[in-house]
Design a protein around this ligand. Structure first.
Ligand code: NAP
Length: 295
């Protein structure tokens, strides 16, 4: 069996960010507009803090105007909703997101519902979810967009392929399944109540794992030659104060069987950030009523 192709999300994302930087510079030059992206972080979850920092850094590097608002973990739902409303009304902000998870006293659905769909960089608002599900445009969530770009590195043509998505979250599993369906794959969505996950997974020419359970998917679950996209980010405690990040797929086993596979880290994660910026530029252009500028 030939070595699996490593789907390098880091370098693909760097290429997208470089292209976005040129487009943003052109928008500035020709229209005098700098696309603004804002992130609301509530509380002090260490992983969320890292994600938000990485997003702001990537945004600034690509020429966007990043804005970060932090509220304490004790913030009330009213305070969170007020910040969302401020973002909705701020003409300098073209796209924004509320970093999840939110503290228990804040209803995440109510907050997502309050985001102006025209500024919904994450594509989590039900209006955008509906448009995406019915193939009528809308903002596609960044992680599924990134997954599709990675799959395309290995599969130019997806029509007729068996695709299995493990996980049915609104942010990752469901929209990824919809995008695979749009590519004419035969799509199965598996979840915590699915029976005999291993044999479902083994059918997949394209296997997407978005579960949040470290190394759940074993090498023997993978069809030889399959394209494997590992969305999971799981911190494993190694003892003695040490830990490491693993995906939902047992990489060392899977890499021996798969035709192509994403590493963790360095696969889907960097693509999520690049696609988030892409969504924000797209929202900025549609607000201005113009096409995406060329490089
Ligand atoms: P989520 O909302 O918790 O959804 C997890 C899904 O996995 C659910 O549909 C759940 O099924 C299913 N599941 C849980 N245990 C299972 C099992 N033993 N067998 C089969 N299915 C099982 O998580 P998410 O937001 O989709 O995120 C999934 C993972 O991706 C997490 O590790 C997250 O950190 C990571 N993530 C990474 C990125 C990135 O940029 N790389 C972005 C987003 C998320 P039920 O619906 O039946 O409960």
């Amino acid at each position: 069996m030939a070595e699996a192709q490593i789907l390098d999300g880091k370098s693909l994302a760097a290429g997208i960010r470089a292209s976005l930087a040129k487009r943003v510079a052109r928008l500035k030059r020709e229209r005098g507009i700098t696309p603004g992206i804002a992130v609301l972080l509530v509380g002090d979850d260490p992983a969320s803090q890292i994600y938000v920092r990485n997003k702001a850094k990537a945004a600034a590097e690509a020429g966007f105007l990043p804005r970060e608002v932090k509220l304490p973990a004790s913030a009330s739902e009213t305070e969170v909703l007020r910040t969302v409303e401020d973002f909705n009304n701020d003409d300098a902000i073209h796209g924004f997101l509320v970093q999840l998870p939110l503290p228990p006293q804040v209803d995440a659905l109510r907050v997502i519902d309050a985001v102006d769909p025209a500024k919904d960089a994450d594509g989590f608002h039900v209006f955008n979810a509906g448009l995406v599900a019915s193939g009528r445009g809308g903002v596609v969530p960044a992680t599924p967009l990134g997954c599709m770009a990675l799959i395309r590195l290995a599969r130019r043509e997806m029509a007729g392929l068996e695709a299995v998505v493990i996980g049915r979250s609104n942010s990752v599993g469901k929209p990824t399944a919809q995008l695979l369906l749009r590519e004419n794959c035969t799509v199965t969505i598996a979840h915590s109540r699915s029976k005999d996950l291993a044999s479902i997974a083994r059918r997949a020419d394209i296997l997407v794992a978005a579960v949040g359970k470290g190394e759940l998917v074993r090498g023997e679950w993978i069809k030889p030659g399959a394209t494997v996209i590992d969305v999971g980010i799981n911190r494993i405690d190694l003892g003695g104060g040490k830990s490491k990040i693993v995906g939902d797929v047992a990489y060392d086993e899977a890499v021996k069987v798969a035709g192509a596979i994403t590493p963790v880290p360095g696969g889907v994660g960097p693509m999520t950030i690049a696609c988030l910026l892409q969504n924000t530029l797209m929202l900025c252009c549609s607000r201005l009523g113009i096409d995406l500028p060329g490089e």
